[in-house]
Design a protein around this ligand. Structure first.
Ligand code: MN
Length: 438
């Protein structure tokens, strides 16, 4: 399968939803991401919608308004009932057919404009919810610059463990504590032990941190015992979100050996509300390359398509707004920038490796990419890196300093897919405010 761009990626295409045509819009007609929402102030059940400009096309009302072929009506049925997982389980061909139908319906000059105007909800009038049932969650560790810098802090003599360049490393996280952007994150209590202390203490974390990541939702799954081949992996991927893997850096070093992260990570994970589909991301694919001196992937993690198209050009950013900045009316400040192109493994490799022993993946499973830090020190995707393990405070423009997050800080991730000759598309916001420990 060679993934190609089509008419839905035409950079000149415009929508009758005027706000989608603004150059800065993250949701032009070429994007069409899925999310779940309810109208603000109501207690209605979750509705599935597609972001277009500053609006949402409510798929329940869109189906009622008509103008769809009978095949597309069938595809819209579970979405109109609020069930995105059922749509994720559909074949790649069916998902592509719905994308084309939504594109045609929202295109400037579409005959469906009059009918669908009444199916729009302003994003400002919507409360975003988790986009689907997140059935399971695994976080990988594909940021080699992050792994090396953090490895140096935890193990100065042995920063990158010998398995790193052979195995896509991951740990099994908790799906129960994944929340949508805008949900407050409470500072966790936990066990921590200073290197020179005789015994640990149980107290609120003093080293609360974020991790700049992307998340990938699994589409159709595999049966238990049946692996997913690299050549089929792309068809099993639904789309991407921004993901913040909140981390307690004082709990982590004390608990992580020998079985990996546990309470340092499971108190909360934030995702952005819109799932940007793999179809929308086709123009932003790029070659997966390994430095010549590094081992090449084992055959089960290699494919011709992965070599030419497995990676993605997605610019990533982290922003902070402290309580003092908010009170003074100061704008948020950018902490770092990096690009997902620098990941050591691709989504296809993460998924294939996960299923390679027969583990069954399901529609709605979420994979985290691991922290995406760039090659330069100022490109660290966590405060652990930017503050050199808490030894060197970051100075903000208003004079405040940070080694780790303080209560009242609001942390935001942003992402934008860019490519020559393509209309760039965005991910919306992945943000949360730090709440004091209970
Ligand atoms: Mn992580």
């Amino acid at each position: 399968m060679n993934i190609q761009t089509d008419t839905t990626h035409d950079p000149k295409a415009t929508s009758w939803v005027e706000s989608a045509n603004a150059a800065e819009s993250e949701f032009p007609i070429q994007n069409l991401p899925f999310g779940a929402f309810r109208r603000r102030g109501s207690d209605e059940a979750a509705r599935i919608g597609v972001a277009i400009g500053d609006q949402i096309l409510d798929l329940q009302r869109a189906l009622q308004q008509g103008g769809w072929s009978s095949a597309i009506q069938g595809l819209l049925q579970p979405l109109a009932q609020g069930d995105l997982n059922a749509h994720m389980a559909r074949s790649a061909e069916e998902r592509l057919a719905l994308r084309h139908a939504l594109f045609e319906a929202l295109l400037s000059g579409s005959e469906q404009e009059a009918a669908l105007r009444g199916a729009l909800v302003a994003q400002a009038d919507a409360e975003m919810l988790l986009p689907c049932r997140i059935t399971d969650y695994t976080d990988f560790y594909t940021g080699i610059h992050h792994a090396t810098t953090v490895g140096k802090l935890f193990r100065p003599d042995n920063p990158l463990l010998p398995n790193y360049k052979w195995v896509p490393i991951g740990y099994h996280g908790r799906s129960s504590s994944i929340v949508v952007s805008g949900t407050g994150i409470r500072r966790p209590w936990g066990q921590r032990k200073a290197p020179d202390a005789a015994e640990p203490t149980f107290a609120p974390s003093q080293r609360l941190d974020y991790e700049l990541e992307l998340g990938a939702f699994v589409a159709g799954g595999n049966a238990l015992g049946e692996p997913i081949a690299m050549e089929k992996a792309e068809q099993h991927l639904f789309g991407l979100t921004l993901l913040n893997d909140w981390s307690a850096r004082d709990i982590q070093p004390w608990e992580y050996q020998p079985l990996g992260p546990f309470l340092a990570k499971n108190f909360g994970t934030t995702i952005s509300p819109w799932i940007v589909t793999m179809e929308a991301l086709a123009p932003f694919r790029t070659a997966f390359e390994r430095p010549a001196e590094d081992p090449q992937p084992l055959p089960y993690l290699d494919s011709a398509q992965n070599r030419t198209q497995g990676a993605f050009n997605i610019e990533l950013e982290v922003w902070i707004e402290t309580a003092a900045m908010r009170a003074a009316g100061l704008p948020a400040e950018r902490l770092s920038q990096s690009n997902f192109r620098d990941a050591y493994w691709t989504w296809a490799q993460m998924l294939t490796h996960h299923a390679s022993g027969g583990c069954n993946m399901n529609p709605g499973d979420l994979l985290g990419s691991g922290t995406q830090s760039g090659p330069r020190p100022e490109q660290g995707g966590s405060l652990l890196e930017l503050s050199l393990g808490g030894k060197q405070a970051i100075r903000l423009a208003n004079g405040e300093t940070r080694t780790f997050l303080q209560d009242g800080d609001r942390l935001m991730l942003r992402g934008r897919a860019v490519a020559e000759g393509a209309r760039s598309i965005g991910f919306g916001e992945c943000s949360a405010e730090m709440l004091p420990a209970r």
